[in-house]
Design a protein around this ligand. Structure first.
Ligand SMILES: [Zn+2]
Ligand SMILES: [Zn+2]
Length: 411
């Protein structure tokens, strides 16, 4: 059995890529307590669909190897950081081709958390900046981001707000000589980007939308990468989201900080999210998240910035793996049963007090599979020359992959 520390060192030596992913958190803080995301059944379904609708040859044996239907373009990793900005939203997305998207920038008083993470990850540019709607808890940090970084496109809904915060946002845009693209979900589709195998589309506001509530102007975006998909719902109410998104998703950014307006049982039964993230402040004045939202998400693996700090969702096109800054008593507060939390060890104030239980080691160990092989490998194995898809050891074993006899990966 390897110690946690030596395992982390091996990670770092094995692959700079994985080291970079883990590097956003200190070793003591990293608590990866959930493994895969896309359930085996959902991957199996999509493989079956791909076989029916494309010219891919059927697997030769009945031990079908799961493949993303878009594997040929879904290469590398996509990481979404749900930044702990207290009561507000800010999601930084690292795209597989090195570009970045930022959905909201949190409230002004948390802007340094957003800008320091962008810097820490080594980026100088936000390629796609999305201001979901003009409330302070979403755009308060925008002027800092625009001032400190190069910015590509800025997207916002066609609505204004008579506040100093909104003025500051517009001034920052103008001072940089930038313009705002109006976010409208056209009947023919509105794409923000298709970049490195990942694509993001605007699902809402519709061309006909003219809501009274500013929250209901929230831009709703869907991000897809291989077989995995994310829905970012801003603060929109649940019926708008239900009308906007037509298909099941892997990860739901729960609307409106988990309020009862943003989530309904109807919505969750339609989207069937495997995982959900609530971004809200610890002990916030609004009582977010609401009991009804938590009840609707009872069968969804739930992460919360108020309990878990900043949360990373890492997609390889097949699965999404979560890493959280800390593990508090999330399972109790979130109503998650012990079985759903693979690492039941609590931390206090983000500090790990002892070595993690061995039960979690497979979920933390990264190995590699290929598009068509049945073995898993360590980085550097000659069998990885044509394709190399990162996956946790736990998931590789769960999917029936076997250790390569050439590179002798951990078992
Ligand atoms: Zn909000
Ligand atoms: Zn709002």
């Amino acid at each position: 059995m390897q110690s946690r520390k030596s395992k982390i060192i091996i990670f770092a030596a094995a692959t700079l890529l994985i080291a970079a992913i883990l590097g956003a958190f200190s070793e003591a803080d990293v608590k990866q307590y959930q493994g895969l995301v896309a359930s085996k059944s959902s991957v199996g379904e999509s493989v079956n669909k791909a076989e029916k609708t494309t010219e891919q040859p059927a697997p030769e044996s009945n031990t079908a190897i799961p493949q993303a239907k878009n594997t040929q373009i879904a290469q590398g990793l996509l990481t979404a950081h749900f930044i702990d900005v207290g009561q507000g939203d800010s999601i930084l997305i690292e795209l597989p081709d090195g570009k970045t998207a930022l959905i909201d920038a949190g409230p002004k008083n948390s802007s340094s958390k957003v800008t320091s993470l962008i810097k820490q990850l080594g980026y100088s540019k936000i390629d796609y900046l999305i201001a979901t709607h003009p409330h302070e808890d979403h755009i308060g940090g925008m002027s800092s981001v625009i001032e400190l970084f190069d910015v590509g496109e800025i997207w916002a809904p066609k609505v204004s707000h008579n506040t100093q915060t909104f003025e500051n946002f517009l001034d920052a845009v103008a001072n940089k000589g930038l313009t705002i693209k109006t976010a409208v979900a056209k009947a023919s589709g509105t794409q923000i980007f298709a970049s490195g195998g990942a694509s993001m589309n605007i699902l809402y506001p519709f061309e006909s939308s003219a809501p009274k509530d500013l929250n209901d102007w929230s831009i709703i975006t869907q991000l897809e990468f291989g077989d995995t998909s994310f829905l970012f719902a801003g603060d929109a109410n649940s019926s708008i989201i239900t009308d906007s998104c037509k298909k099941p998703i892997s990860v739901l950014k729960v609307s409106h900080h988990g309020s009862k307006v943003g989530t309904s049982a109807t919505l969750i039964s339609k989207l069937k999210p495997t995982n959900a993230v609530i971004s809200c402040g610890a002990g916030n004045d609004y009582g977010h998240p609401s009991e009804s939202t938590l009840a609707a998400l009872a069968n969804t693996t739930l992460y919360r910035t108020d309990l878990n700090g900043t949360i990373k969702a890492i997609s390889n096109g097949l699965f999404v793996t979560f890493v959280a800054e800390h593990y508090n008593d999330a399972k109790e507060a979130a109503g998650v049963t012990t079985d759903e939390v693979t690492n039941p060890q609590a931390t206090v104030g983000g500090e790990v007090t002892a070595a993690p239980p061995t039960a979690n080691t497979d979920a933390e160990t990264i190995v590699y599979i290929t598009k068509s092989g049945s073995k898993y490998h360590v980085d550097g194995c000659r069998h990885l020359s044509k394709s190399k898809i990162p996956i946790s050891l736990k998931e590789a074993k769960a999917q029936g992959y076997e250790p390569c006899s050439v590179c002798n990966p951990p078992t």
